[in-house]
Each structure stands twice: as structure tokens, then as C-alpha cells.
Design a protein around this ligand. Structure first.
Ligand SMILES: [Zn+2]
Length: 336
């Protein structure tokens, strides 16, 4: 037996038995930004046996201040976050399986991404995806751990399937768009995301080993005002999700989707049906219209007005555009 996990096994809450459980556990981390990179790093090193990492975006220089596993080289290459994370995590722990999914977590991908895991960790930056995670987890009988951070404020809560505790919809209400703040406009400290992620990871270790006492409250932290609160959240006796099983996001077919990316002057386009894009074909077609660069994972196209980053499955990020409808027409004009 190697001593890779000796310090974790020496801890009374884990032990050798707990370590074996971790090694046979499967998790999905949704989002590989500030929270997700800390979570993936901690849980890969902790020896969680199978980790599916899901992210739709690519790395930029402004990520490096808090997205702890990426490097300047990753940003220069604008690698997809899921692929860069997979490479770094595999270097840290070659004894576990890491599955990189360069995709959007949406109603058509949710089941595939979570149906075969034991626990889902939220590391997203928007309420809409969290509502979907909440509903998809309920439908797939999965537990998940919510985490959110902005500025020096963070919060986290466990949503365990099968107990009679509130769900995310009980907490947030049915149509909550969040605070309207984003990390791009209000900023975020790496200290905030690290501590919230660390709480999520500790709860994940308890859940996966079956040891310890899971927190049942909403934990809120304000690092700038030195305040930590635990808030009891009541179950909504009329909650559409956890009481009535009615879903507003899960299982909905959405057609071609255009989603503005938080503070980025960019819009993500998800075609109605995922395709299998032949980059060489598109490179030929687009070359007369602007500059084209092809890598293993993406095709980049730029002309004087717009930029397009096209992924293998037909998903694209349209740059220098913030109107979703304009982005859809750019996509239709150049990609099809
Ligand atoms: Zn509920």
C-alpha cells in the first residue's frame, strides 16, 4: 500500500475504510472556474476515484487570479478549461480517472453528466444552471452541494436526496435571477472561492465516506466584514420541485440557445442538435472571410467585427457580441 493518502487515512473521520470508499466513489463537478478548480484539485488529490469535470469555456488571462490549476501557458493557448484541468489533475494523481467534458450543462446534457455519479458539486456562476442542477438531481435521485461566491461573500448548502430537507428551489424561490451582480462587474477574491470550495469538499468527503455530520444549514461567509452565519432554511410545503416533482428547466427542449456569458461581451450558441464538426471543412469555407486557426479542440475564426470559437459538437462562443439574437444570426451566417 502506497503512502499517498497516509495523512488522510490517519485522520479519524476518514481512515483506511473511508479512503477505500473515496477511491470507489464517482462525482461530477459542474463548472471549472474559481470554485471548480479548487474543488477538482482537492478531490482529485483526496483520491476520489472517478471525477467528471464539465465546463463550456476556455481559459483567459483574467482567470488566473483565482482559477488555481491553470497556467499562463494554458491561457496563451486558450485551451478549453475541462481539457487543461484534466491534464493538470492527471499529473497530480494518475491513480484516479478524470473525464473531461467540454460541454454546456443544459437540459439535453444533464442526464448523461450526472446519472452515473454518487454526488454532484455545483461550481457554476448563475442561478439558471443551479435550478437545472436542482431539478436534474431530483429526477436522477442524486445529492448535490451548492456553492456560490462574489466579492468577499460566499455561501454553500448541501442538498441531499432522500432526506426531508429543503431543496435549492425552497431556498431561492421559483424565479430568482440572483443578485444581478457578477464576478466580472463586482469582482471576486480567490480567498472567497477557496473557502467556499473547501467547505463543499469537506461535506463531499463526509457524504462519500458516510462518516461525520453533514451540515443542514445555509452557510454564509463575509470575509471582508469577518462574519460567518449559519441560516436555517425551511422546506417549502408547496415546492414545485421537491414536493410536487414539477420541473421548469429539466427535460425542456430549448431549440437553438443563445446565452450571454457573464460580463464577457460574448454569447454562447448551442445548436438544437449536437453535431460532429469537421474543422478542416469549415476552415476551407471560412478562410476567404477572415482569419482561421484550427487546434485539436477548437476552430477560431475572426474578421474585423466578430470572433467565433467553434467546438467539435457544434457549440460556439461568439465574441464581441452581447445581443443573443445577433449572436444567433452570426452563427447561422458563418457556421450554418
Ligand atoms: Zn424544494
Amino acid at each position: 500500500m502506497s503512502d499517498r493518502y497516509s495523512r488522510q487515512e490517519a485522520f479519524f473521520g476518514i481512515g483506511q475504510e473511508g479512503q477505500e470508499k473515496l477511491l470507489s466513489s464517482r462525482i461530477c463537478i459542474v463548472g471549472l472556474g474559481a470554485l471548480g478548480t479548487v474543488t477538482a484539485n482537492n478531490l482529485a488529490r483526496a483520491g476520489v476515484g472517478f471525477i467528471r469535470i464539465v465546463d463550456r469555456d476556455y481559459i483567459e488571462l483574467s482567470n488566473l487570479q483565482r482559477q488555481i490549476i491553470y497556467t499562463e501557458k494554458d491561457a496563451a493557448e486558450a485551451l478549453p478549461k475541462a481539457e487543461a484541468a484534466r491534464r493538470h489533475l492527471a499529473e497530480a494523481n494518475s491513480g484516479i480517472e478524470i473525464e473531461a467534458m467540454i460541454t454546456d450543462f443544459n437540459s439535453s446534457t444533464a442526464d448523461t453528466l450526472i446519472s452515473d455519479v454518487d454526488l454532484v458539486l455545483d461550481a457554476t456562476d448563475n442561478f439558471e444552471t443551479r435550478y437545472l442542477i436542482n431539478e436534474a438531481c431530483r429526477a436522477n435521485r442524486k445529492s448535490w452541494i451548492y456553492g456560490g461566491a462574489i466579492g468577499a461573500n460566499g455561501m454553500t448548502m448541501n442538498f441531499i436526496y432522500g432526506d426531508d430537507q429543503p431543496c435549492f428551489c425552497c431556498l431561492a424561490g421559483t424565479d430568482n435571477k440572483g443578485t444581478g451582480q457578477s464576478c466580472a462587474t463586482s469582482g471576486v477574491l480567490a480567498s472567497t472561492t477557496s473557502i467556499i470550495s473547501s467547505y463543499q469538499c469537506a461535506e463531499a468527503l463526509k457524504y462519500l465516506t458516510g462518516n461525520g455530520m453533514l451540515r443542514k444549514t445555509l452557510l454564509c461567509i463575509d470575509l471582508w466584514e469577518n462574519q460567518i452565519d449559519e441560516i436555517s432554511v425551511a422546506k417549502d410545503p408547496d415546492c414545485p420541485v421537491c414536493v410536487h416533482g414539477q420541473y421548469s428547466y429539466y427535460g425542456k427542449s430549448l431549440g437553438m440557445q443563445a446565452v450571454s456569458l457573464c460580463g464577457r461581451n460574448a454569447v454562447q450558441i448551442i445548436p438544437e442538435e449536437p453535431g460532429d464538426i469537421d474543422f478542416d471543412d469549415y476552415a476551407q469555407k471560412l478562410a476567404p472571410l477572415g482569419r482561421v486557426a484550427v487546434s485539436q479542440f477548437t476552430l477560431d475564426f475572426e474578421n474585423k467585427d466578430i470572433g467565433i470559437k467553434l467546438f467539435k459538437n457544434g457549440r460556439a462562443i461568439i465574441k464581441n457580441v452581447d445581443d443573443p439574437n445577433r449572436a444567433k444570426s452570426v452563427y447561422t451566417e458563418f457556421i450554418g
